[in-house]
Structure formats: structure tokens, C-alpha cells
Design a protein around this ligand. Structure first.
Ligand code: F0G
Length: 394
């Protein structure tokens, strides 16, 4: 399969794969030449995993894999009924090996790092990217360096990054500052940068679109939380490619959800702009999407406009309610950022046709952020170790 990296702004094409950004400052995208692709999979719902779609993934060597993808797709009829909708699904990306969708990107990104002869990989992270990169870095024998906003990352994610052997540095600043530092450091130290500005990482994440189509055909709408805006861009690209290759005939309305305290893409879309104004001090309980200056904003905003989608903002209270609903009514445990997709669905339910096929992506596992859970649910009740005391409490 032939492909090039192409600038989404000026259209310049690059043969060199070891770059992240065009000279003009534009984001890059891996553009596959459809005439050189031989589709060797069937959309039959079987054998779901990222590498089922290898013929559309731009890597040449044996992948560094932990059997990512193939996540469960649940129909959530109780939540749907409350909203007077008939076809609502949740694709639970929290069931990936490290507990988030990032694994789809990392299996491709880390494989590319090895292909390019890199010895070390790096990222800035609100937590999940770090956890996933540390895992795949370990699997691929690479050194891993992580910059986090100190004190603002869920404990489970930090624990993962540390245990899988990353060098973890907490900076006294936010994610946007960490990203700007790690971009420069990576260039100086020849680290392969695995944030979502890396076009190959997004290639892995586009398989969410492929998998949804494999399971239930093309939905009418896809709803997901938006932070650095890589995932919405990647999933849209996945659908767009399938359409270009003649495998599907429509693209779902891409619907991006942001927290009110970290909402630059929402504000841009509401004002019909193509560029964001960064939020200088982003804040939300959903620390995974506590991002004020999303790198992939231009790709994401195009994805929303071109697909006829929208952007929605949700408050922390709405996020917590959605997290509880998913957990207590449907048995699906997700972290706060992931619940933003259900909170967003609730907000726009009136505008959705009742028979629309809607897929909400829940991006990370409940276990990632136990502290957030305890802060909203409280501690367990204590009782003496005897039957009478337990019955009293019951
Ligand atoms: N949901 C979760 C659980 C995330 O961890 C992230 C991003 C998002 C949604 C948003 O995805 O950035 O592609 O728009 N987490 C990144 C990280 C920033 O460092 O783990 P996005």
C-alpha cells in the first residue's frame, strides 16, 4: 500500500515519515493511495481487533501489539428510553488493554517508532496517553518519557505509567504547557513524539470507525468527548476513507462534546469559526479533557462541519450524572471524560430523530479515576464485624 504524509493546509506532500508538522505549520495526515490497497477483510462482525484492518494501516513491520481493539458495543436501552430514542449504543473503549482508546493509536505509533529506528518515545498527557505509551513502549523495548500536569492526573493512569517503566515528570503547569515543552524536548533528544499531533497514532485510532461499521453498519451519529481533538479527527478520517474506497455510502454526523471549563472547539463551532481561541486556564472534573489549546482543532472542526455534526458543552454536574447513569443503569463503568458523550447525548436528545442510530464512544475505564468516584459516591459504610451490625446498616 502506498501513502504519503500530506499537509491539511497547503497540500504539500512528504516522503519523510519522521515529521509531525508541515513547514507552513499545518497538521499532517497519512493519505493512502486507494489504487494500491487490496482490501482483505470483510465487514462481517468477526475477529474484531485493530490489526484486522492492517491493509489500511501505514506500517511495514510486525506490529507491537497487545491485542487492542475488539471492544464491546452495548445497546443502552434504559438510557435510550428515558431520552425517547430507539437506537443508542455505547462502544466501550475502556475495555482496551490499558483501559482506554489510546491503545489503538499506540500500537501503530510505537510500531512506527521502531520502523524509524527510534530508541525512545515521549508524550505529554492528561494520563491515558501516558499509560498506554508506557505499556507499548515496554512491549517494544523503547525508553519512555512522560510529562504530566502535576496533581491533575487521575491516580490509576499515573500508576500505570510508573509501573510500565516510564520516566514520569509532573510539571507545575497544565497539559497545553506540557505538550509545548515535550515537542521541543523530543526534537532536541530525537525522541519519537506520540501525542495525537503524530499522524500515525491517529491512523490506529481510525479503526474505531472501521469496527463500528463492522458491527452495526454506518451509524447516523457518532458522539465522543473532545480534548486534544485527535480522536474525533481520526474517527472521521476512518469513515471518510471507507466512503472514498466505496465500502460505505454515508458518514455519521460527528458530534464532539467538551466540558464547559475547557471548551474552545465548542465555542469555535457555535460561532461558525475554523480556528479556536485557546482557553488559558482550562478546568473540569474530567481531567482527561482538561485541555485549553487542542492541537488537532483544525482537523476536528473540519470533521464536524464536513459531516454535518455539531459541538456540545456539558457541565461537570452533567458529566457526573451521566457517569452514574451508565454505571448504575447500564452496568458500564467509565471515567468522567468518557461520560461526557452520554451527557452530550442527553443535551441534544430533543434534536435527534428517535430512530437515528447513535453510537457514543466511552473512551476510558472507570478504574482509571477512583478518586473522582469516591469524591462523588462517598466512602463505603463501615460496620462492626457481626451480623447484627451488618443487618442494621442494611
Ligand atoms: N477521553 C479520554 C478518557 C481521554 O483520555 C482523552 C484524551 C479524551 C477523551 C479526548 O481525546 O484528546 O483525542 O480529543 N486524553 C489525552 C491524554 C489528552 O493525554 O491521555 P482527544
Amino acid at each position: 500500500m502506498d501513502y504519503v504524509l500530506k499537509c491539511i493546509e497547503c497540500g504539500r506532500e512528504f516522503e519523510n515519515e519522521d515529521i509531525y508538522i508541515c513547514d507552513c505549520g499545518g497538521l499532517l495526515e497519512a493519505v493512502i493511495n486507494p489504487d494500491t490497497v487490496e482490501i482483505d477483510f470483510k465487514f462481517d462482525g468477526n475477529n474484531l481487533k485493530v490489526w484486522k484492518y492492517r491493509c489500511l494501516l501505514p506500517v511495514k513491520i510486525k506490529p507491537v501489539s497487545l491485542q487492542e481493539g475488539g471492544t464491546a458495543l452495548y445497546k443502552v436501552d434504559k438510557i435510550a428510553k428515558e431520552l425517547e430514542l430507539n437506537n443508542v449504543y455505547v462502544k466501550h473503549e475502556g475495555l482496551n488493554p490499558s483501559g482506554s482508546f489510546k491503545d489503538r493509536g499506540m500500537t501503530v505509533g510505537v510500531t512506527k517508532a521502531i520502523e524509524l529506528g527510534k530508541k525512545a518515545i515521549a508524550c505529554a498527557s492528561t494520563g491515558n496517553t501516558a499509560a498506554s505509551m508506557a505499556m507499548y513502549g515496554a512491549r517494544g523495548n523503547l525508553k519512555t518519557y512522560v510529562l504530566l500536569p502535576a496533581g491533575k492526573v487521575a491516580l490509576g493512569k499515573v500508576a500505570q505509567a510508573l509501573m510500565h517503566g516510564a520516566k514520569v515528570i509532573g510539571i507545575k503547569g497544565n497539559f497545553d504547557e506540557a505538550l509545548s515543552i515535550v515537542r521541543e524536548v523530543s526534537q532536541k533528544e530525537n525522541f519519537y513524539l506520540l501525542n495525537s499531533v503524530n499522524p500515525f497514532r491517529l491512523e490506529g485510532q481510525k479503526t474505531i470507525a472501521y469496527e463500528v461499521v463492522d458491527e452495526i453498519g454506518v451509524p447516523d451519529r457518532l458522539i465522543l468527548p473532545v480534548g486534544n481533538a485527535g480522536n474525533i479527527s481520526a474517527i472521521y478520517k476512518g469513515f471518510r476513507e471507507l466512503k472514498e474506497f466505496g465500502l460505505i455510502d454515508k458518514i455519521p454526523k460527528m458530534t464532539g462534546i467538551q466540558a464547559t471549563g475547557a471548551n474552545p472547539i465548542y465555542k469555535a463551532v457555535i460561532d461558525n469559526r475554523e480556528d479556536i481561541e485557546p482557553v488559558v486556564k482550562p478546568e473540569t472534573i474530567a481531567t482527561a479533557i482538561r485541555i485549553g489549546n487542542p492541537v488537532n482543532a483544525r482537523k476536528a472542526i473540519r470533521a464536524i462541519y464536513e459531516s454535518g455534526g455539531i459541538a456540545v458543552e456539558v457541565t461537570d454536574d452533567e458529566i457526573i450524572k451521566a457517569q452514574k447513569d451508565l454505571a448504575a443503569k447500564e452496568g458500564i463503568g467509565v471515567e468522567p471524560a468518557s461520560a461526557a458523550s452520554i451527557a452530550g447525548l442527553r443535551k441534544i436528545a430533543d434534536e435527534i430523530d428517535k430512530d437515528e442510530k447513535v453510537v457514543c464512544i466511552t473512551t476510558g475505564n472507570l478504574l482509571k479515576d477512583p478518586e473522582a468516584v469516591i469524591s462523588v459516591c462517598g466512602e463505603p459504610i463501615e460496620a462492626e464485624a457481626d451480623i447484627v451490625s451488618v443487618l442494621e446498616v442494611l
